[in-house]
Design a binder for this molecule. Sequence first.
Ligand code: HAM
Length: 420
Amino acid sequence: MSSQIRAPKGVPEYVPPQSGRFLTVREALSTPARKAGYGYIELPVFEDTALFERGVGESTDVVSKEMYTFTDRGDRSISLRPEGTAGVMRSVLENGMHRGGLPVKLWYAGPFFRAERPQHGRYRQLQQVGVEAIGSDDPALDAEVVALADQAFRDVGLRDYTLHLNSLGCAQCRPGYSARLREFLAGCDLDEATLIRAQVNPLRVLDDKRPEVQDQVASAPLPVDDLCAECAHHYDETRRYLTDLGVSWQESPRLVRGLDYYTRTAFEFTHDGLGAQSGIGGGGRYDGLMSALGGPELSGIGFGLGVDRTLLAAEAEGLELADGAQVRCFCIPLGDDARHVTVGLLGRLRAAGVGADMAFDSRGLKGAMKAADRSGARFALIIGEEEIAARAVMVRDLLEGTQEPVPLDEVVDRMMGSAR
Ligand code: HAM
């Protein structure tokens, strides 16, 4: 016998009933954006590698170490998308969406791929729900995007999470700040790799979670203390709008995101029940990204919410999530004659929009009742010889434990009524 093939390492699978809860979470995470005027965008799962090198940044871990890159049959370098923002920007440009009304507001959902070391909550295929709002500097839009993420987590039912907020400055004030930080870091006692990182991308060192690095950078200059007047005003306004929206946050002046495109507003949501991989979502502004991809100078802001981690967070909080069971009636034929009547009834129930399933393979009443319970149905519709003779169906209410015969030609209407 040949050996069994298993799913690739670090790739989570969702099978019933867990997959139903996964869908419930994904739906809840995307609903606030849909209701706020964001249109759906379905993006390619793989893109030209250069898109991520230019968009996300060659020095980021995500691009330099974690991308699934391969040469296709036409000798092109292709990468599985590690994130969604760069692809959205490419698509907006390619489809000329930015020439219509601004901001362009889009949402997306699906799998992303990062060759990280797998652990609890850290996967190589991860699922996100994301939004991008392109073409506006308005701080009310920053607040909208942050508030939509907050609402999304609340709609799932989460309580034990924190919103961390920071501002990272812009193309005007960041270079001066980065130079000051580089100078500070050069005088610190850091290991070789961190010193190199301090030169290439000094902001990342601020966010290094290792205690020995945190000690060293405790007195480092912070981005918020070095903002230009426009950035400082933008950050103040963003926070005022967040207050208007009733969102609470924690100032996190060392928060730096793992992707290179961020400017000004940066935010992250962390959950207390997840251990090391506590980030359930994050995002920020990326005012230079569009022009870096060859487009006009259009700013933007967005977020990516981790569906896998939100599901883990919901489980950690003990939330009861609907598993999306759709079957309302479970039809049970007893005997060969009943099977044709049952199949006909099943077809009529489904055509009328009533969720319905049936017991296959003639397993007898006991096995069929077990299957009815597993299906999540409210009613078992039993058809035996007696029922056929009386042109009736025995309708058993699985919740109340009661049953009554209903005429065969009335049962669909009855089930439609009970579905309401
Ligand atoms: P990100 O912070 O890299 O941002 O990812 C967003 C969320 O995806 C994280 O907060 C986390 O919940 C989830 N996530 C990331 N990596 C993994 C993983 N290996 N396993 C499980 N979950 C993971 C972005 O991707 C940006 N594109 C977000 C954005 C949109 N910024 C602006 N617009």
